[in-house]
Design a protein around this ligand. Structure first.
Ligand code: PMV
Length: 350
């Protein structure tokens, strides 16, 4: 191990992702109760720059964290907790000082979950720092697998942000080497799904009623937990099949079924809670009506909050944007929506 003692710099951009088949419920060290599949986004990302110095401290890590230029003690505390959790696997951290500066492409108040992009960007910087300090370079496949695994420990869904396109996290007999410890790209995808876009309708930018950590925890005593885990496995196999065979209406049906199931699990938790708002339902109604009338295979999904993600193919972009501007925008908070598309995964900036 080389003691560098001078400051070095690394920076990554890492994207957010939206789950098609949802991860809801976990055990052990951030292991999912069921496998999930997501689509990686392009325009919603975090950029993180890390300056690091090795060998000047012995009781580290020492972390100075800024978000959008300002010190953020809450996120810094979350990162320190994470670094403490992985300290036995990454002993080099004890001698590491870090000045980390992070920013999101999407507004902080947009109600778009940022833990997947921010945690994966941080982990990518940390692992590059490690390999430069130790002087061992891994090949790209091994590096991404390790980054996915360490991102998972920081925030479950972050495991999927390491790859572009469609990504699986958790075991499936149909995807060789798939694992609960890390995510992998789903490579067998029909051309009709390769151009999918995501328009995010911002219904509310307020904090969710329940943090997702608590939501996962409530699955432990959930009356439908075992049913759900079984159903999610079946839905995952169906989604893999649909992505292969290009059935866009089948995709829409399954995508929406997963989104509504996620929120019905929240409502039937003990205690039950509601994250969707009146305009979430109004937007959903209009999407279904529009699909019925136009034949455009757009479909909605939801993450743990009230905002509606509309997935649709590039070839219908003009029509869908017209529909959003004329029928959905007024139902969004301050008429706010985000025009996003499928992304290719993280990018090293420095
Ligand atoms: O990664 P977490 O702990 O924020 O949980 C994410 C949960 C969902 O967004 C609701 C589903 C998913 O698979 O991303």
């Amino acid at each position: 191990m080389s003691s560098s003692q001078t400051w070095k710099k690394v920076a990554w951009r890492s994207p957010s992702n939206i789950a098609l088949i949802k991860y809801w419920g976990k055990y052990g060290r951030q292991l999912p109760r069921n496998p999930s599949i997501s689509m990686t986004l392009k325009n919603c990302y975090t950029e993180t720059e890390m300056e690091y110095r090795f060998g000047n401290v012995s009781n580290g890590p020492v972390l100075d964290f800024r978000f959008q230029g300002k010190h953020d003690e809450i996120f810094a505390a979350r990162l320190m907790h994470y670094l403490d959790d992985i300290s036995s696997e990454k002993p080099f951290l004890r001698n590491l000082e870090m000045k980390v500066s992070s920013s999101n492409s999407f507004p902080h108040s947009a109600g778009v979950a940022s833990s997947a992009s921010s945690m994966s960007a941080f982990v990518l910087c940390m692992l590059v720092a490690e390999s430069e300090i130790i002087g061992v370079e891994k090949d790209e496949e091994e590096f991404l697998k390790e980054a996915s695994s360490f991102s998972r420990l920081a925030s479950g869904s972050a495991a999927r942000s390491l790859y572009g396109g469609f990504v699986i996290w958790g075991e499936s007999a149909f995807i060789p080497h798939s694992s609960s410890k890390y995510a992998l790209p789903v490579t067998e995808v029909s051309p009709v799904f390769r151009t999918y876009r995501d328009a995010v309708m911002i219904v509310s930018s307020k904090k969710k009623t329940m943090a997702s950590t608590r939501g996962h925890k409530l699955m432990e005593d959930h009356p439908f937990a075992q049913e759900r885990y079984g159903q999610a496995r079946v839905n995952l196999s169906r989604m893999i099949e649909i992505l292969r065979n290009g059935d866009q209406m089948g995709f829409a049906e399954l995508l929406e079924h997963e989104a509504l199931t996620l929120h019905s699990l929240m409502m039937s938790s003990i205690p039950g809670y509601i994250e969707i708002k009146a305009n979430t339902i109004n937007i959903i109604d209009r999407i279904r009506e529009y699909r019925e009338k136009s034949g455009v295979p757009l479909a909605f999904t939801l993450d743990a909050g009230p905002n509606v993600h509309i997935l649709y193919p590039e070839e219908d972009k003009e029509e869908v944007i017209y529909f959003i501007k004329h029928q959905l925008k007024d139902l969004c908070e301050n008429k706010k929506w985000i025009d996003d598309e499928m992304g290719t995964g993280p990018e090293r900036l420095i």
